[in-house]
Design a protein around this ligand. Structure first.
Ligand SMILES: N[C@@H](CCC(=O)N[C@@H](CS)C(=O)NCC(=O)O)C(=O)O
Length: 215
């Protein structure tokens, strides 16, 4: 097997990449990284000292590819399939990347801020940071709600890398600050994402670990 994916099923950025793999039935060897396990964590940091998952290893090219968006770009370029994750048209590709960045930076990252704050030891919380993260999430949800009033997927009719980014980010954001009653179009979009077989599979695989998600 030439592709190895270092990941954890519960991680939102890893699910983003899993969706891309599942969209095109791209085979890979799963390598679960358990940060709670010292050996697993130390072994992973030998591959990517930054210590963030997901990371892809492509042995045929002797390449280590970190960062979820870069991994998806890599798959789109070297292992293309029926779902074109990044459009061939340069303008559409740029817009897809913008939406991918948007979901990562303004939904996924603030969602993680809220979640990881819940895991901090007593006295080490960052209430101001959490407040800012929730405000950013609200702003982002308002923008997505307007955008998704007329769209099926983030880029319109075609499923793309932007939807890979959106799915887990919105899934967990909805657990942190539910938007069913406040942002109907976002809720509708999340519903469609949940029904997409690639994301449904990623969520199913995460279920055994969801008990570790701090509520
Ligand atoms: N920009 C990175 C973010 C990856 C990221 O934050 N991964 C989280 C899991 S969802 C992680 O590895 N956290 C471990 C840590 O922060 O120690 C990407 O897009 O891949």
């Amino acid at each position: 097997m030439s592709l190895e994916l270092y990941f954890h099923p519960l991680s939102s950025f890893c699910q983003k990449v899993l969706i891309a793999f599942y969209e095109n039935d791209t085979p890979f060897e799963p390598r679960i990284v358990d940060f709670a396990d010292e050996t697993s964590s130390a072994d992973f940091k030998k591959i990517w000292p930054i210590g963030r998952i997901p990371v892809l290893r492509d042995d045929t090219k002797d390449l280590t590819v970190p960062e979820s968006s870069i991994i998806i770009e890599y798959l789109a370029q070297h292992y293309p399939g029926r779902t074109q994750l990044v459009p061939g048209d340069a303008d559409l590709a740029r817009q897809t990347r913008l939406r991918d960045r948007f979901y990562d930076l303004y939904v996924n990252v603030p969602m993680q801020k809220v979640v990881t704050d819940r895991l901090r030891p007593a006295g080490k919380n960052d209430p101001r940071g959490v407040e800012q993260a929730v405000a950013l999430l609200q702003t982002a949800c308002g923008m997505i709600d307007r955008d998704m009033a007329t769209r099926t997927w983030a880029m319109g009719d075609a499923f793309s890398m932007a939807d890979c980014a959106a799915a887990p980010a919105l899934f967990y954001a909805n657990m942190v600050t539910p938007f069913r009653d406040t942002h109907r179009n976002v809720a509708g979009y999340l519903g469609r994402l949940m029904e997409r077989p690639s994301f449904a599979r990623a969520v199913k695989e995460a279920r055994p670990y969801l008990a570790f998600f701090p509520t």
